[in-house]
Design a binder for this molecule. Structure first.
Ligand code: FAD
Length: 459
């Protein structure tokens, strides 16, 4: 820990703020989304611009402090913070500037998806981002990024036009197809391994402001047959339409009868950004998969749908997630999953099946670091509970589900859903792109100063 006069001098040299143990806002500032992570950094640097980032890196190196980077602090692994280190915190840099004529947006790395959607939707524009609006645009983009618009427009990285990056030498670089294109290739999926991103530029598409979306809920006893009908149906739909499955105990939603609350249900979440007539017809088919116990479907503002899952994903719970990519959903895999639905260990646990086939499958594997272009489905177990006494039971349950379903998975993996005990999966996640990532890591961060991430080691 550097002495107080050095810290004071450093604090005076930057535009942003520094926060240290003992400061009244220290505990609040070190809180992140996953309540299992309780780390105590020596210094939190709330940067105000790229020069502050350069100064923070220099200070950390001079004082032998490990560096972590916080976008919006959502990553399950908790890599944005470490004990005794220096956290570069972007919570003061949240600006989103839209150019409606060019259909682009310049976004600072502290912006959440809510900040992003709010600003882009003023112009009826959007790009694919995740489904929980408190997630950070930075971590989401750097690991890949998918959401309701992915079938139509690809992953978030497929829509990244350029970025400004501060390297571990404190140098500010532009990364795009034209400038430092190796760096641009690497940050589109390679996470926070190569530098600190201080600005993103995205391509935008016309979306909304109104879309058609909602939930159709089926009882547990029909889950298995509904799931098979869902699989057969969804794979025939066009990328104009998305439908994902959530299996969990029913939360007390106002459109569900009270006797359903707390019971296992299968929910089909539906999204149609346009062609509402066709969307209505497809939703009618989904209703016919069984006897729904409730539904909430209709036209609504895109931003409302983007926040629809927020109440189920608030911070302060303990979380342990596991995820597989899949090319197909075999009957026996679905039998296994619905079997697990019958024995969830907490009311907040979810098994999520995400169908993403579409634009992403047409991008060449070597176009950028993100490489899982054969994926059609992602299956997640969202382990989520409140009481620390349940840690072992819930973590074991999530691991058991993951292991049991492994044989149906394809080779890749999504780094943004990895926990901190999954480092051995990182190389597998990148497949044939991994060696190139190692070479680029050697060039931009040969001493692995940026190691708090899904780490690509330089040697
Ligand atoms: C409730 C929930 C819902 C989710 N939903 C989706 C979803 O729908 N789609 C999806 O694709 N993902 C989803 N995710 C995963 C999400 O994309 C990752 O957790 C992502 O890392 C979050 O970004 P963040 O900036 O908030 O994270 P942080 O924890 O702040 O950062 C994560 C890591 O990103 C790197 N990083 C962050 N900022 C920078 C920067 N400026 N420069 C360099 N590196 C940086 C660092 O290595 C850091 O450790 C979800 C996660 C949660 C918890």
């Amino acid at each position: 820990m550097p002495d107080s006069s050095k810290i004071e001098k450093f604090g005076e040299s930057i535009q942003g703020d520094i926060i240290q143990p003992g400061d009244s806002n220290y505990d609040e500032s070190r809180k992140i989304w996953n309540a299992m992570i309780d780390k105590k950094p020596s210094l939190i640097v709330q940067v105000a611009n790229a020069d502050d980032v350069s100064a923070a890196i220099k200070f950390a190196k001079e004082n032998k402090l490990e560096i972590t980077i916080r976008g919006a602090g959502h990553n399950i692994a908790g890599n944005c913070i470490c004990d005794d280190g220096l956290m570069i915190d972007f919570s003061m840099m949240k600006k989103v500037q839209v150019s409606p004529d060019k259909k682009t947006a310049i976004v600072q790395p502290g912006a959440t998806l809510k900040d992003f959607d709010a600003e882009t939707q003023k112009y009826g524009l959007a790009t694919p981002v995740g489904i929980n609006s408190t997630t950070g645009i930075a971590g989401l983009t750097l690991g890949g990024g998918f959401g309701w618009l992915t079938r139509k427009y690809g992953f978030t990285v497929d829509n990244l036009l350029s970025a400004e990056v501060v390297t571990v030498d404190g140098v500010k670089l532009k990364a795009s197809e034209k400038e430092n294109n190796d760096l641009f290739w690497a940050i589109r999926g390679g996470g926070g391994n190569f530098g600190v991103v201080t600005e993103f530029e995205f391509k935008l598409h016309e979306v909304g402001p109104e879309i058609l979306a909602g939930l159709v809920v089926f009882p547990f006893k029909q889950a298995n047959s509904v799931l098979k009908k869902y699989r057969d149906f969804v794979t025939t739909t066009s990328p104009e339409f998305s439908a994902w499955v959530v299996m969990r105990k029913a939360p007390p939603l106002p459109f569900l009868a009270e006797d359903i609350h707390g019971k296992e249900v299968l929910v089909i979440a539906i999204f149609a950004p346009s062609d509402f007539d066709n969307g209505e017809k497809l939703i009618e088919k989904i209703r016919g998969f069984g006897d729904p116990v409730g539904e909430h479907v209709g036209k609504m503002p895109y931003v409302n749908w983007q926040q629809a899952f927020d109440p189920l994903l608030v911070p302060s719970a303990r979380n342990y997630w596991k995820s597989h990519n899949l090319k197909e959903l075999k009957d026996e895999a679905l039998d296994l999953m619905t079997g697990y639905l019958g024995k969830l260990p907490s009311p907040q646990f979810e098994i999520l099946i995400i169908y993403l086939e579409g634009k992403t499958n047409s991008v060449p594997v070597d176009a950028m670091a993100y490489s899982n272009r054969d994926l059609k489905f992602i299956v997640n177990v969202h382990g989520r509970w409140d009481d620390a006494k349940q840690d072992k039971e819930c973590i074991d349950w999530a691991r058991e589900f993951f292991n049991a379903t492994s044989k149906y998975a394809s080779t890749g993996a999504y780094v943004n859903f990895m926990t901190d005990d999954e480092q051995e999966r990182v190389a597998k996640a990148y497949g044939t792109n991994y060696n190139k990532l190692v070479d680029i890591k050697k060039k931009y961060d040969p001493n692995n100063l940026l190691k708090y991430n899904q780490n690509i080691k330089p040697n």
